[in-house]
Design a protein around this ligand. Structure first.
Ligand SMILES: [Mn+2]
Length: 338
């Protein structure tokens, strides 16, 4: 998987964090609950080890995830990396997913990456566990390793953030990435979180925050996704194509459609679900999210476009002159995977 960059052990990662004074933790473009939860949890571990910590993502986190954002979102500019003596990424599978933070790799300032994507392309020394359902599961291992090595008490806020990351990336323990370990870790965290007396959120409150909060924009976005839903291949390929015009005329933002792929995914009979969203910044670029409800490996299809992800959930970008052309290219590639 990784021929260029050395693999690190959990012990080595904890020692590096312990030796650092100022740590920067970064995540991927359009950060999700796993990215933000893992970043916040790792930040809490770093603080327990005595470091000052800052966190950054290339894009502003979606408002619905604001309860996971540690610092006020601030764009990290090139040059600011000099303020830190250790920089690492969590849940970032490839250089492309670093978006505007790619300069950290260009300048060789990214010390290591922690990730769980099997199909990723390492861009720094790494700890990668494709068996982990979420990056949060690996951060859990870092947390426990740090406790064993340096002996600090349980940190309820770290447990909450790890739990949130895992719940988020497993869709509440519904997806195929869930393993017995996922449940063992979740069980331990649940006991710790719900027994904590620091006034923080309980696990049911975490789940309500993650899945039970819908804004008017979320609901309008879902309505538009349903309106734009089309099926191909005898109903086995479900697609939502969203142009910039569709989104703006509904009074919505590009960022309102991160979950658009869930609409075709939930339609009975659909084996592969896709959302194809025209980029606002560059209308010739289309962001594709794909989900497999069968054995089809959507990450392989996404990889053929330079993207990646998991066997059943992956993403990529395609370039096309028109929305019709983008749809055509995407339909051909994913139909072949059925
Ligand atoms: Mn993840």
């Amino acid at each position: 998987m990784n021929n260029i960059h050395p693999s690190l052990t959990l012990d080595e990662i904890v020692k590096k964090l312990k030796a650092a004074k100022r740590v920067l933790i970064v995540g991927h473009t359009n950060p999700d609950g796993d990215a933000l939860g893992s970043i916040a949890a790792l930040a809490g571990v770093c603080e327990a080890l005595g470091c000052e910590v800052k966190c950054a993502t290339p894009d502003r986190p979606a408002p619905r995830l604001d309860f996971l954002v540690r610092d006020e979102y601030e764009e990290l500019k090139s040059g600011k990396e000099e303020l830190f003596d250790l920089i690492c990424s969590v849940d970032v599978a490839s250089y492309e997913q670093l978006g505007s933070l790619g300069f950290l790799v260009d300048k060789k300032k990214l010390d290591f990456m922690i990730d769980h994507h099997a199909e990723g392309t390492p861009f720094a020394p790494c700890y990668i566990d494709p068996e982990a359902s979420a990056a949060g599961e690996i951060v859990y291992d870092v947390y426990r390793t740090a406790q064993e090595m340096y002996g600090f008490d349980n940190l309820p806020e770290v447990s909450r953030n790890v739990y949130t990351a895992i719940v988020s990336d497993t869709g509440s323990f519904k997806y195929s990435n869930v393993t017995p370990d996922t449940h063992i870790i979740a069980s331990e965290l649940l006991e710790e979180i719900n027994g904590a007396e620091d006034g923080g959120m309980t696990t049911d409150e975490i789940c309500r925050n993650l899945f039970g909060r819908r804004t008017m924009s979320d609901l309008k976005a879902q309505a538009l996704a349903i309106n734009k839903l089309a099926v191909y291949e005898n109903g086995e390929l479900g697609v939502v194509l969203l142009t910039k015009e569709d989104v703006t005329s509904a009074g919505l933002e590009e960022s309102d459609f991160g979950a658009a792929v869930e609409t075709p995914r939930s339609l009975d009979g659909v084996k592969i679900a896709l959302s194809v969203r025209q980029s606002f910044a560059d209308p010739t670029v289309y962001r594709v999210s794909s989900r497999s409800n069968c054995d089809a490996d959507v990450s392989a299809v996404c990889a053929s476009f330079g993207g990646g992800g998991h066997v059943k959930a992956a993403g990529c970008k395609v370039t096309a002159k028109t929305p019709e052309e983008a749809l055509d290219v995407v339909l051909k590639a994913f139909s072949a995977a059925l």
